[in-house]
Design a protein around this ligand. Structure first.
Ligand SMILES: NC(=O)c1ccc[n+]([C@@H]2O[C@H](COP(=O)([O-])OP(=O)(O)OC[C@H]3O[C@@H](n4cnc5c(N)ncnc54)[C@H](O)[C@@H]3O)[C@@H](O)[C@H]2O)c1
Ligand SMILES: O=C(O)C[C@H](O)C(=O)O
Length: 307
């Protein structure tokens, strides 16, 4: 029986635990710094199992010792942005929190695979890798599956077709310079540029890039969590079932896409060992230029932290 621990029992963490419990892919432990919060939510989710028909064991705790033996750890602890803020504005607070979380992961679950969700995503994933001391391929970030999901949803709305038929691809940093890739996006195998004019695609690309901020503005407090938790669970399933899905993830680059020593969103093969392969795509010159700019933001963040 697999064991998955979710650090942070807030909006993203608790919704992720709910989706994992419903999927019955392993026992789930939820931790948080707030006493009673993970325990109360875990109890509620255990009782939901009797009505929804799942037998997943869900426990809540404030003690890191309880994550021992985890196959996968999902980090969602930290603060979310408010309207008018960028994800990078969260760097100071969240890097401190995740540094501490990661040291506890290394202490209690030294053999786990780690998926980071906390923002600013690519920088905090780097912090998690450094602070755990784990091999880079065992630590990765969730971003592209969410961003591609948003792009796919907007495409399906535009074409008035089923979302099930849209396969989208978004790479780069999980920030204002992410790069949706229309040439690698298909609807039932048909390349997107054959179905929509450039001007419409550009509009959908822009909405995708601002997809997180659009929700932050509407909610006024906190950020998205339903689609993010769906994306997390898709990635968790790939690790637990060793299904070797080809999906985007924030992975540690060692020369790919002209980048070295940073975490960046790229297509990968995801399995039980974590990032098992990085796939390099041919890109347009303008897309490469956005990637270069985006990588500078990530490097600035890392050096701001003195790492
Ligand atoms: N990567 C993505 O695509 C993506 C998507 C959505 C949200 N996020 C990020 O995920 C993070 C969490 O978002 P949320 O909406 O769940 O926020 P939230 O405020 O609802 O929950 C955060 C939880 O973290 C807990 N926490 C704080 N410090 C902790 C610590 N030291 N140890 C354990 N728990 C701690 C808080 O008590 C709270 O319960 C944010 O940084 C947000 O920006 C990323
Ligand atoms: O936008 C945010 O701050 C949260 C998350 O990164 C998202 O894309 O929904």
């Amino acid at each position: 029986m697999a064991k998955i621990s979710v650090i942070g029992a807030g909006n993203v963490g608790a919704t992720t635990v709910q989706r994992l419990a419903e999927l019955e892919i392993g026992e789930v432990v939820m931790t948080d710094i707030v006493e009673g919060l993970p325990q109360g939510k875990a109890l509620d989710l255990m009782q939901a199992g009797a009505i929804n028909g799942y037998d997943t064991r869900v426990t809540g705790t404030n003690d890191y010792a309880d994550i021992a033996g985890s196959d996968l750890i999902i980090i969602t602890a930290g603060i979310a942005r408010k309207p008018g803020m960028t994800r990078e504005d969260l760097i100071k607070t969240n890097s401190k929190i995740i540094g501490d979380v990661a040291r506890n992961i290394a202490k209690y679950a030294p053999n786990s695979i780690v998926m980071n969700v906390t923002n600013p995503l690519d920088i905090i994933t780097y912090v998690a890798m450094k602070a755990t001391g784990f091999e880079p391929k065992r630590v990765f970030g969730m971003s592209g599956v969410l961003d591609a999901g948003r792009f796919a949803s907007f495409i399906a709305e535009e074409l008035k077709c089923s979302k099930k038929d849209v396969e989208a691809m978004v790479i780069g940093g999980h920030g204002d310079l992410m790069v949706p890739l229309p040439q690698y996006t298909t609807v039932s195998g048909i390349p997107l540029p054959e179905l929509l004019p450039d001007r419409t695609i550009d509009r959908l690309v822009e909405r995708t890039v601002n997809g997180g901020a659009e929700i932050v503005e509407l909610l006024k407090q906190g950020s998205a969590f339903y689609a993010p938790s769906s994306a997390i669970v898709r990635m968790a399933e790939a690790v637990i079932k060793d299904s070797k899905r080809i999906i985007p993830a924030s992975a540690y680059l060692e020369g790919q896409y002209g980048q070295e020593g940073i975490y960046f969103g790229v297509p990968v093969k995801l399995g039980a060992a974590g990032i098992e392969e990085i796939i390099e795509l041919k890109l347009e010159k303008s897309q490469f230029e956005i990637l270069r700019k985006s990588s500078e933001t990530i490097r600035r963040g890392i050096s701001q932290l003195g790492l």
